[in-house]
Design a protein around this ligand. Structure first.
Ligand SMILES: [Zn+2]
Ligand SMILES: [Zn+2]
Length: 73
């Protein structure tokens, strides 16, 4: 489980601030707009998050040892 974070729009490695046609920017924006499976808020920018094995996203701050999307109830 690797942690990553998204650079804020307008920063060196971030997407363009406005709308644009770049696929990289679109991909970054799309990921930032996805919801955390822990708190249901958007993943957002400059927040550390995990990508679960099933592809769902989870803030590092929302992770807990008892929380796992991969576990079967
Ligand atoms: Zn762009
Ligand atoms: Zn969260």
């Amino acid at each position: 489980m690797a942690a990553s974070s998204l650079p804020r729009p307008g920063t060196k490695y971030g997407p363009c601030k406005g709308t644009c046609e770049h696929t990289d920017c679109a991909a970054t924006r799309a990921m930032a707009e996805r919801n955390c499976v822990g708190c249901a808020d958007q993943i957002g920018y400059e927040q550390r998050f995990f990508r679960e094995a099933d592809g769902s996203l989870l803030h590092m701050k929302c992770w807990s040892p008892t929380f796992s999307t991969g576990a079967t109830p």
